[in-house]
Structures are given as C-alpha cells and as structure tokens.
Design a protein around this ligand. Structure first.
Ligand code: ADP
Ligand code: MG
Length: 363
C-alpha cells in the first residue's frame, strides 16, 4: 500500500522561493507532524498537498498517482484549519452533514456517518446545538467531525488547536490522538509549532526551517539524536545548551576544550581533520546535574532561579556570549541568586556539532 510521496517539491511566489525541494515518503496510516518556526513553509506545504496551492516544481503522488494537477476535491483529502469556520446558522448535525448533502449522498448514509463521527468525538449530545452554544474545543471537534464525514484517505490539520486555551488544547489533543487510533489506515499530516503536540502525536516529525527539511524522524530520535544544531535547539524545552569549544583530540573519543576552559572527553568519534577546529558542545538542561566532585563541565554563578514546582530552572550567565546556560533540576531546589555552583552530565548525554552545524557520531 502506498501513502504520499513528495519528490523535490518546490514553491515560489514570483521570484520569492518559499520551498526549496522537499522530499518525503509518507506511509499509509502514518501520523506525520510538520514543525518549524513561523514562516518556514509549513502551511504552504500542507496546502500544496491539499491542492489549494499550485506546485512550482517536483512531483506529488497520493496512492501512487501523480496529483500535481488534480483538484482538491479529487485528492481524497480533508483539511482542518486553525479557524473552524462553521456555518453559524446551522446545527452541529447540519454542519457535519452539509458536504455530504452537496455531494448527493443518501440520507441514511449521511445519518450513519454523522452519528459515527459525533460518537468518536464525543459530540452526540450536541448535535442539535448551534455553534455559538459550544466551547472553542467543541467547535473545533465539529470541524474535525465534518472532515471525518468526508471519509478522507489523508487528513490534514493546520494548527487546529492554536485558538484554544491551554486546558482545551490538552483535551482536544487527546481527542485527536484517540481519533488517529480509531482510523489506523488514514494518513494524518499535522502542522503545529507546539512541541508537546508534535512529540505526543507524531509517528514521525518533519522539522522544517526556511523551506528545507532539517530532519525527519521519530520524536525521541530527534530528541536523542538531532542531526544538526537547528534540530538540537528546536526540539526540547528549554532548548539544548550550546557551548563553543575547540577540538583537541580526535579518534574513537573526542576531547574538547569548552569556552570557560574546562577539558571534556566525549564518547563520540571524530576524524583527524577536525583537530584544532571550532565546534559546538551541546547538553540538555535536564541532563545537567549538580556536580559532587571535580568531574564537572562548568562552573558558574546562578543569575536567575525559576521555581516551577515540578522543576527548578537555574540560569547561569557569562559562560557563553549572549545566552545563559540553563539547568533543569527536578522538584523544588533551594538556591540563591549569586551562588556559585558546578554542573556535570553523564558522558552519553553529551552532543557535539561540527563548525558546519552537523552532528558528530550520533545520527
Ligand atoms: P508557516 O505556516 O510555516 O508559518 P507559510 O507556509 O505560511 O509559513 O509561509 C511560508 C513563507 O511563504 C512565508 O515567508 C510567507 O510570507 C510566504 N507566503 C505564503 N503565502 C504567500 C503568498 N500567497 N504570496 C507570497 N508569499 C507567501
Ligand atoms: Mg502556518
């Protein structure tokens, strides 16, 4: 069975190139999440898959069929947007039934599909209500239900939860995860800038930056083995700490001198050509701990303490130009601003990136 194949997909608006050649192979039934900073081309790519934007270059195949010139209505796709755009004068039932009525479906079939979609989204008790009598989360579920009724092969979501408040986001996110489980053959492509949505929903995440794919992989693969500095800093919150360093020794392990003067050996192989070059040393805030002995990575003065209850964030300024190093310690941690501390991390939790930004060894 085939899903969706994108081959060197490009998009320009006039002389402005927005997507620079996207290659993706999406299997039927996969849940794919596009993440990336605002303006990187996520919506454009999704709209091209839907057929709402023309394709400047490359090939797009759905189920093995070239769809570059196929209109949206004949791609077997349904799309859910950030704004739910329900008909305000129609009940929930009629909003969900509308598309099928236009398509000339039989009354019994419409009834069956609306009821099934409503049941799967816990909307059965609201079918006779108007949208204005629903919460934002319920309205978005109606928009999703309307899309389900179209029986799509591919489901596209463009930041569907962005207009919801925090609690509703969580509830609706779980609803979408459940929906995905109940439709194992339906391919879903979901755009978000929310890390938690990406990490929890995706089978695979596609990280985009400035119209290019930076990395494609399972959420925890991206977290543990980012291919480059961009992904390392984009996945994870707070972001991975990056400390400039110089490569001293290469080989099966690599010795570097960090800004600040400390020498560290990493279990990451590098080849001899890297010797003497500048590189970036990376360690996640949650992988740092307070050092007990001399085996520490760096020492610094605590400049800010953020006590969040479940974790405490410690900021250390002055080690790296312009950016603080952040340490995430579990629970409540009694520390004063201005206190000097040393921090360490397990060797297998350390990352190293070359002067071209690419990771060494791990991916
Ligand atoms: P994202 O969804 O990742 O925030 P978009 O796909 O909406 O980003 O936009 C990607 C880039 O394409 C942006 O720089 C945006 O300004 C540009 N863009 C989007 N639509 C158009 C358009 N109709 N005409 C010109 N430029 C556009
Ligand atoms: Mg967008």
């Amino acid at each position: 069975m085939t899903g969706l194949v994108l081959k060197d997909i490009r998009k320009s608006y006039g002389s402005v190139n927005v997507l620079h050649g996207i290659d993706l192979d999406i299997k039927q039934g996969e849940f794919i999440v596009f993440v990336g900073p605002s303006g990187c081309g996520k919506s454009t790519l999704l709209r091209m898959i839907a057929g709402l934007e023309s394709i400047t270059g490359g090939d797009m195949m759905i189920d093995g069929r070239l769809v570059n010139e196929v209109p949206p209505s004949r791609r077997g796709i349904a799309m859910v947007f950030q704004s739910y755009a329900l008909y305000p004068h129609m009940t929930v039932y009629d909003n969900m039934a509308f598309g099928m009525r236009i398509a000339g479906e039989k009354k019994e079939e419409i009834e069956r599909r609306v009821r099934a979609a409503a049941a799967s989204l816990q909307l059965t008790q609201y079918l006779e209500r108007l949208p204005k009598a629903l919460s934002g989360g319920q309205r978005q579920r109606v928009a999703i239900g309307r899309a389900i009724c179209r029986n799509p092969k591919v489901f596209l979501f463009d930041e569907p939860l962005s207009n919801l408040d925090a609690a509703l986001r969580v509830a609706t996110r779980i609803e979408i995860a459940r929906l995905n489980d109940s439709m194992p053959d339906t391919t879903m492509i979901y755009v978000t800038h929310d890390q938690v949505e990406a990490m929890t929903l995706a089978d695979r995440i596609v990280v985009l930056s400035a119209g290019r794919v930076e990395q494609v992989g399972a959420p925890l693969d991206l977290y543990e083995r980012p291919a480059n500095l961009f992904v390392a800093k984009f996945i994870g919150s707070p972001a991975m700490n990056i400390i400039p360093c110089i490569v001293d020794e290469t080989g099966q392990t690599t010795a570097v001198t960090l800004a600040g003067g400390k020498t560290v050996t990493l279990d990451i192989p590098t080849d001899a050509s890297q010797k003497g070059k500048t590189a970036s040393f990376g360690v996640r805030p949650e992988d740092l701990r307070i050092a007990t002995g001399d085996d520490y990575l760096f020492e610094g003065e605590i400049s800010i303490v953020e006590a969040l209850g479940e974790v405490t964030l410690l900021y250390i300024e002055g080690l790296v130009d312009g950016e603080p190093i952040i340490v995430k310690v579990p629970g409540i941690f009694d520390v004063k601003r201005g206190q000097k501390m040393r921090f360490a991390a397990d060797r297998q939790k350390l990352h190293l990136f070359g002067d071209d930004g690419r990771t060494y060894g791990k991916s």
